[in-house]
Design a protein around this ligand. Structure first.
Ligand code: 5RP
Length: 230
């Protein structure tokens, strides 16, 4: 079964959790975009929702397809966020940010009563860390922040390349105007400790570990759909 079909199946299942009148957080990435397409079809046939997009790219797609949008300033509390992921483990801890939208994604997830993750089976892991951890950093002091990250991680027994993300030969710049460092540590046994250590570094804006935010993960595989909960 092709990858796009699995993404559409996970997105379609997530859509069954959307009710009339909901305030929705709308994720970023190719799986979330499948959700936006299906959501737009429902909106066109009368579903009333209001959405907060997690990236400029998602916002453009929503506008193009007629999904009504608002902001967290207008609507600071959301009912449900639906988003993709780069990795999910059995505790529904996530690594996100492969598309560079992790900061807005985390703000939106935290403002939502529930977060449902949509993904295909390849994203499910036993221990997070196969996917490089995206760390959003302020452009000012990049070199010092990089050194501080390496030191903090070494203290936790984590080592590996920490690479400045590039796009078209230039540093990738997030919607918030920051850079992203992708840290390839391999397995991360203590995600809480790493999260705290990274948050203690002033140049770190946010990181892609989403801990305690997701309430369910809808996983599509060749054998069908399954929902992971905790
Ligand atoms: C963007 C994200 C995406 O949700 C994540 O990268 C998954 O994307 P895709 O559905 O394309 O695999 O975190 O920042």
């Amino acid at each position: 079964m092709d990858a796009r079909k699995l993404k559409i199946e996970a997105a379609a299942e997530a859509l069954t959790h959307v009710r009339d009148g909901m305030r929705l957080g709308i994720g970023s990435g190719s799986t979330a975009e499948e959700f936006v397409r299906l959501l737009a079809e429902k909106v066109a046939t009368g579903l009333t929702i209001i959405g907060v997009p997690t990236s400029e790219r998602t916002a453009r797609l929503c506008v193009e397809l007629g999904v009504p949008l608002t902001t967290l300033d207008e609507v600071p509390e959301l009912d449900l966020a639906i988003d993709g992921t780069d990795e999910v483990d059995g505790a529904l801890s996530l690594i996100k940010g492969g598309g560079g939208a992790l900061l807005r994604e985390k703000i939106v997830a935290a403002a939502s009563q529930k977060m449902i993750v949509i993904a295909d089976e390849t994203k499910v892991v036993e221990t997070l860390g196969r996917f490089p951890l995206p760390i959003e950093v302020n452009r000012f002091g990049l070199g010092a922040t990089k050194v501080a990250i390496a030191k903090a991680c070494a203290d936790l027994g984590l080592a590996g390349p920490v690479i400045l993300r590039q796009k078209n030969g230039e540093p990738f710049v997030t919607d918030g105007g920051h850079y992203i460092l992708d840290a390839s540590f391999g397995r991360i046994p203590d995600t809480r400790a790493l999260s705290s250590a990274l948050h203690a570094i002033p140049g770190v804006v946010e990181h892609g570990l989403f801990l305690g935010l997701a309430s369910a993960a809808i996983i599509a595989g060749p054998g069908g759909i399954r929902t992971m909960t905790i």
